[in-house]
Ligand binder design. Structure first.
Ligand code: SAM
Ligand code: F3S
Length: 455
């Protein structure tokens, strides 16, 4: 049989999954020289990295596998693999529903995919490994590929919070942090290859406790401060954080570390204490409010976004109204909202769910309209201001323009006085126009901005 040459990966779900897919591709490029194919028809190895947070995402995986079954009928040598949270949850059972699958791997065993591929090619026998080895994942992966001036760095895995609705602790395992030095070394390597902005990733990234050679484990705040000291790194983000772990040092970092982006995704889920309790989500709403107030005191103008679930079992009109009130009070920036999806095996799956589906849909529509209004208000408020923008690439719509992101993650397009030379640099951009999904601006000399911000 000819050696496989091309890999196609389809990714569902969160940034953690995007990151895992990129690392799996890096590993297979390193081990088997596999190049990325744009379409499944062109590939010899097909992987789907799955998400099981909501039922819809889980079902999409099996539709994709159905399409791939047709490809395999014509080309039996195709190798098909399933990774991520559905794989972790279902394990070998995936092959009952989709017997044409050759490899099943979990979020913590993706580093073993090259070896599993070898075994499949050699013995033509399916390989299943969805175990939770702790350290191995990061030790065994090659250095990540670099694609532009921004990069993700996974600093911890798993979640030990067990929100009553969420499947993640069961599919990704308990929290486990990478060593402090190891992460910093990765950041330094990325900076040497032109990365200027890093986003630290973790299901519960502010639970980070990275082992150091001596003394107490390092917190996320310490990691952020250390990364800010790395030559070339000008902006740091992290996602996603849990409100119960916004420790004092992390809140203070917004005053002390200018490179820390003034934007925080801090999911609250609901504005009702009663629902938060049922969700097993400390802290209660008042503590969330107090955290936001402290953040705003340390970094005036910080943008806060959140995730929301509507239609949680037993959510009343009053509970939902409390969520709308909190949205108005905080004035969240661009956020995510979902209808509750029952996940078998989670505690909430046992609660009586008496909110009718039409009511859930109506609540979601109302919440999304409210959220969109606030995000539009934040964008409108940016008109005329000067924003720090990391220039990422030529603009998609007009290649004569450049495109970058502001601190609060909004895309800005602007004419470049220096052509592509600005890519990978931080520039100051005055926002001239606010469009529905992006901003337009003009580059202003640094000194002008500095004079203005002192005024
Ligand atoms: N810390 C993680 C993050 O935000 O990436 C949380 C993981 S979860 C993948 C992301 C969001 O999905 C949660 O904040 C929650 O709003 C939503 N979610 C999780 N389980 C859900 C469920 N059963 N039904 C609806 N939405 C859910
Ligand atoms: Fe899920 Fe809650 Fe953890 S939403 S990922 S159990 S913090």
């Amino acid at each position: 049989m000819n050696a496989p040459r091309k890999l196609y990966i389809r990714t569902f779900g969160c940034q953690m999954n995007e990151y895992d897919s990129a690392r799996t591709a890096d590993a297979l490029a390193h081990s088997h020289g596999l190049e990325i194919a744009e379409r499944p028809e062109e590939a010899d190895v097909l992987l789907v990295n799955t998400c099981s947070v909501r039922e819809k995402a889980q079902e999409k995986v099996f539709s994709e596998l159905g399409r791939w079954r047709a490809l395999k009928r014509n080309r039996p040598e195709l190798v098909i693999g399933v990774g991520g949270c559905v794989a972790s949850q279902e394990g070998d059972a995936i092959r009952t529903r989709a017997p044409h699958v050759d490899i099943v791997y979990g979020p913590r065993t993706l580093q073993r995919v090259p070896g599993m591929l070898d075994d499949v090619l050699r013995a033509r026998r399916p390989q299943v490994d969805v175990s939770f080895p702790e350290i191995e994942k990061f030790d065994r992966l090659p250095a990540p590929g670099v694609n532009g001036p921004t990069a993700f760095v996974s600093v911890m895995e798993g979640c030990s919070k067990y929100c009553s609705f969420c499947i993640v602790p069961y599919t990704r395992g308990e929290e486990f942090s990478r060593g402090f030095k190891d992460v910093l070394e990765e950041v330094r390597g990325l900076a040497r290859r032109g990365v200027r902005e890093v986003t630290f990733l973790g299901q519960n990234v502010n639970a980070y406790r990275g082992a150091v050679d001596e003394g107490r484990p390092a917190s996320l705040a310490r990691l952020v401060a250390a990364a800010a000291g790395v030559d070339g790194i000008g902006r740091i983000r992290y996602t996603t954080s849990h409100p119960s772990q916004m420790s004092r040092d992390l809140v203070d970092a917004y005053r002390e570390v200018p490179a820390l982006a003034g934007h925080l995704h801090l999911p609250v889920q609901s504005g009702s204490d009663r629902v938060l309790k049922l969700m097993n989500r400390p802290p209660r709403v008042d503590r969330y409010r107090a955290t936001v107030a402290r953040l705003r005191e340390r970094r005036p103008g910080i943008s806060i976004s959140s995730d929301f679930i509507v239609g949680f079992p037993g959510e009343t009109d009053t509970d939902f109204q409390a969520t709308l009130d909190l949205v108005d009070e905080i004035g969240f920036d661009t956020s995510f909202s979902f209808v509750y999806s029952r996940r078998p095996g989670t505690p909430a799956a046992e609660l009586p769910d008496c909110v009718p589906p039409a009511e859930k849909k109506a609540r979601l529509a109302e919440l999304q309209a409210r959220l969109a209004g606030h995000a539009a208000k934040v964008a409108a408020g940016m008109a005329g201001t000067v924003q720090k923008v990391l220039v990422e690439r030529p603009s998609k719509k007009d290649p004569a323009m450049l495109c970058g992101r502001t601190d609060n993650n909004r895309v800005v397009n602007f004419a470049s006085p220096a052509g592509d030379l600005l890519i990978g640099r931080f520039v100051n951009v005055r926002i001239d126009e606010v469009l529905p999904n992006s901003l337009r601006g003009t580059v202003v000399p640094k000194r002008l901005h500095e004079t203005r911000s002192r005024a």
